[in-house]
Write a protein of this length. Sequence first.
Length: 113
Amino acid sequence: MTSQPESMLEPSSTVFDHLKQQNSLLSELTELLTTRTELATSTSSEVTTTRRTVESLKTILGAPLLTRVRAAIMRKQPGFMETLELIRDEELSFARFGDGEFRLMTRLDFNLC
């Protein structure tokens, strides 16, 4: 076996310097990624809190409108038998609006136009 010179077995100072620089850059990258993760987590938490606040405000601010809509519906909405008699006697057709349709119509951010 041929023996290699001692200098080939030991890393040169240039290679060693490059490895140190690479480790330093990796450490910086790790710190940056950690900071980014912390910021993303914080932002996500703030977004969740803001979303809950907006939903609460929509509910609170929309309550008077919903109360007026419910009162108007209760004044004008005939009972079950009265509805069937009107349909039969006046030969009417009808469409049913469910809770989902009324929720869409009373949403403040829903634009029918």
